[in-house]
Design a protein around this ligand. Structure first.
Ligand code: UD1
Length: 337
């Protein structure tokens, strides 16, 4: 069965292409390289041992979906393509609403025309905001979004729930926690353009000498070591969650189906734990200093993943140490800019 993967050249998308192929499915990638690189496709082909099916195009363009759905018999869609920088979303709200929500509605419209009903949507734990209790379950109330990016994920979920309540769609939203790591081959990984926003690419680039040191944003939080806590999940575990979600949709084989699942490890780690683990497993000593809190950061969040385990039969199998080893393996093979 062929699966359309929008944003398939991106960080999570490219790793999911590997997992889909390992599961016997055929990914069809759609990407416009707006935040990725054509070299990812070469990395994928080395891992897979054969050429990938690829279309370059914009996810707001109905024509490209029409073309793909006409040229291939598509059994389901995984919609990764979106902008994801919290700070940028506050400066360019219209671009975020257009890219993240306009593309979703275009995709749904063309899927309906071609009677393709299975869809997996990339959502985020950001929908929980600053939770009152941790770990968060799927029943934890969704809080008012603190960024435009977060709002696009909340509204995206609402659109999908409403659409699937009356139309013959079968949809799962996966609420990702913090994806880190890389494929163990070191042939694909996270490739941020410009200065990284996220913790692990900043740490790996500092270790590689591209950045002088990195700043821990705040060490006066009410947590055991004063730094923020997140649920860091190996990107290959996250990729496999998409395969599990897709096979669940095939198994339930039901129209007007919608559900949401947390995709994390069930464990929280502080920023300092991440940095110390990175140093330990890679035998490095990455320079860091403490700085002020970053505006908009939640103090602590990690996920309860019982629902994903029970319903999807999926659980994260890799450790934080595995992820940080793989992240460094990937970074150290990259040419220095
Ligand atoms: C954010 C979003 C998440 C989104 C993800 C993708 C929120 C609450 N979370 O995750 O939904 O999917 O970005 O881009 O909107 N840190 C440092 N120094 C650095 C960078 C980060 O100390 O140089 C700390 C942060 O303060 C935070 C932790 O590391 O405590 C993780 O930060 P980051 O990797 O940016 O992810 P989130 O903000 O959790």
């Amino acid at each position: 069965m062929k699966i359309l993967v929008t944003g398939g050249a991106g960080f999570i998308g490219s790793h999911t292409v590997v997992s889909l192929t390992e599961a016997g499915l055929t990914p069809v990638i759609l990407d416009n390289f707006s935040n990725s690189n054509p070299e990812v496709l070469a990395g994928l082909e080395k891992i897979l041992g054969f050429p990938v099916i690829f279309y370059e195009g914009d996810c707001n363009d109905p024509g490209i979906y029409n073309r793909i759905f006409t040229e291939h018999e598509i059994g389901g869609v995984i919609h990764f393509a979106a902008c994801k920088a919290v700070g940028e979303s506050m400066e360019r709200p219209l671009m975020y609403y257009r890219n993240n929500l306009g593309s979703l509605m275009t995709l749904l419209t063309v899927m309906e025309q071609h009677q393709i009903r299975n869809l997996i949507f990339s959502s985020s734990c950001t929908v929980y905001g600053e939770p009152d209790t941790v770990p968060v379950t799927e029943q934890t109330p969704v809080k008012e979004a603190s960024s435009v990016y977060g709002n696009t994920k909340q509204i995206g979920e609402e659109i999908l729930r409403d659409v699937a309540s009356v139309m013959p769609f079968s949809i799962i939203s996966l609420r990702y926690f913090n994806p880190v790591g890389a494929h163990p081959s070191g042939l694909i990984g996270e490739l941020p353009t410009g200065v990284p926003n996220n913790l692990v690419p900043f740490v790996t680039q500092t270790a590689a000498g591209i950045r002088e040191s990195f700043t821990v944003f705040g060490n006066d939080y009410p947590t055991p070591d004063g730094t923020c806590i997140r649920d860091y999940i190996h990107v290959m575990d996250l990729a496999e969650a998409h395969v599990a979600a897709l096979s669940h949709l095939m198994k339930v084989n039901q129209e007007k189906y919608y559900d949401v699942f947390n995709v994390g490890t069930g464990t929280g780690n502080s920023v300092l734990e991440v940095v110390n683990t990175f140093d330990r497993v890679n035998n490095l000593n990455v320079p860091h200093r403490f700085g002020p809190r970053r505006s908009g950061d939640v103090i602590a969040i990690w996920g309860n993943v019982d629902k994903s385990a029970g319903v999807l039969g999926w659980k994260a199998r890799r450790s934080l140490a595995d992820a940080l080893k793989d992240a460094w393996n990937w970074q150290s093979r990259l040419p220095k800019p």
